[in-house]
Design a protein. Structure first.
Length: 272
């Protein structure tokens, strides 16, 4: 079988190639309203602004010319993306029970398909569907010469409270200085080999890639993202994401997704 990643036509550089990695193996339990039955499809495949959420995410990555390719790490037996294809991304059933396991599976898949230890990998949440091509490019430009790498993040805009719980409920324990507080976002961009070592070291406790790198003693760079680059997590988030995508362009956005995802025609079989 042709090694699609090795055949990627993005030029290599002294800094290594750049790969996207989208962990897409979760079910999004927090997005299910209380008392509601589980939906037929995981959160990342639910419709937002006329298309499955993950396709908005992949459209943004498809616009990044410096990416050699983007791997979507799906759960075993997940066939949803078999009916969608694009020359800019591939999907492989290498997902695990946790985010860290899914990313580790994706990193091994990239290495097996021709990526190098020193290549950069940009890991991004499938449900963070409002990321833009410009933001991804901004992260690459900020981190490609950095010794560690970094992540998009948003400086905390609200007053931050610490809480305590007593017999009467949850109450404010203190107001916390927010001047040095940031909300971690994605993509998070690190060298493939170092990130794999960090995730193997920290295991399932790693809630994002930066925390695994921090546990190894690294200090990732914080690159300003934006308030709209939020992760669709709770039921109300779907309506907000839909409103933002509609405001950004409506029909023009859908045409862009169709153009970058092979007009959403069935591929007949998975790439791998």
């Amino acid at each position: 079988m042709t090694d699609l990643l090795a055949a990627a036509n993005a030029p290599a550089s002294p800094q290594g190639r750049f790969w996207g990695l989208i962990p897409c193996a979760g079910i999004g339990a927090r997005a299910i309203p209380a008392g509601a039955p589980a939906p037929d499809l995981p959160k990342q495949y639910q419709q937002v602004a006329g298309q499955p959420m993950v396709l908005h995410t992949l459209a943004a990555f498809a616009g990044v010319r410096r990416l050699a390719g983007t791997l979507v790490a799906v759960a075993p037996h997940d066939r949803f993306l078999d009916s969608h294809h694009s020359p800019s991304w591939w999907h492989v059933p290498c997902g695990g029970a946790t985010r860290a396991e899914t990313v580790i599976g994706g990193l091994h898949t990239l290495l097996n398909r021709g990526a190098e230890q020193h290549d950069w990998v940009l890991v991004h949440d499938a449900a963070r569907c409002l990321v833009t091509t410009a933001q991804i490019n901004q992260l690459i430009e900020a981190c490609e010469h950095d010794s560690v790498g970094g992540l998009l993040a948003h400086k905390l805009p609200d007053t931050l409270k610490a809480a305590e719980t007593d017999a009467t409920g949850v109450r404010v324990a203190a107001t916390v200085d927010r001047s040095d507080k940031w909300l971690a976002q994605t993509p998070q961009m690190f060298r493939l080999g170092v990130l794999l070592e960090a995730l193997n070291h920290m295991g399932a406790a790693a809630t994002d890639e930066a925390s695994a790198m921090e546990a190894m003693g690294y200090r990732p760079q914080l690159v300003p993202g934006g308030a709209q680059n939020f992760k669709v997590t709770y039921p109300d988030d779907f309506a907000l994401a839909e409103a933002v995508l509609t405001q950004r362009g409506g029909d023009a956005m859908l045409e862009h997704i169709k153009g970058t995802c092979g007009n959403l025609q069935p591929a007949g079989s998975s790439f791998f």
